[in-house]
Design a protein. Structure first.
Length: 164
């Protein structure tokens, strides 16, 4: 599974309150949450996100509370996936359970804002097509790729149980 998109760059320790501030947790509607995605980092950030963008982050992305709203906000904003040096484990689990792709790339180097990227989830490669640089990431196992392909853990389990 390969995802292509434009890079949006954030830093280290982006917590779930920066992804979606607590005042918006009165809804689980992804589109509504997406209108406020990452405004905790920068009030203008939601206006810069375009459908299909790939968020590039430093270490410990998704730290803080275990709210699933953060994943829903990213999806609702149109972010295609997040590539980071590391993720908070509960955020990684929530994203997988909701069918949202995350790619852990410990050796991630600098990627320019707006660069065109291709992320190969199965091979664990992040290609910066603008600069020509390639970063090795941790490939997602077939099980996780299957969960992502199904749209999340519950649809994946239903496919297995009912053959849907």
């Amino acid at each position: 599974m390969i995802i292509e998109g434009r890079a949006l760059v954030v830093g280290d320790d982006v917590d779930t309150d920066a992804i979606i501030p607590a005042r918006y947790l009165v809804t689980t509607n992804p589109a509504e949450l997406g209108r406020h995605c990452l405004e905790g980092l920068d009030p203008g950030f939601p206006g810069r996100i375009r459908p299909g963008d790939i968020l590039m982050a430093g270490t410990n992305f998704g730290c803080g509370s275990s709210r699933e709203h953060a994943v829903l906000a990213l999806r609702g904003a149109g972010v295609a996936c997040v590539v980071a040096k590391s993720f908070a484990r509960i955020f990684f689990r929530n994203a997988t359970n909701l069918g949202f792709p995350l790619v852990e790339c410990p050796g991630l180097g600098k990627v320019g804002e707006g660069h065109h990227l291709a992320v190969d989830l199965g091979k664990g490669l992040v290609r910066d097509l603008t600069s020509g640089r390639v970063f090795e990431a941790i490939p997602l196992p077939d099980f996780i790729l299957g969960v992502l392909d199904a749209g999340g853990l519950i649809p994946w389990a239903k496919r297995r149980e009912y053959g849907a």
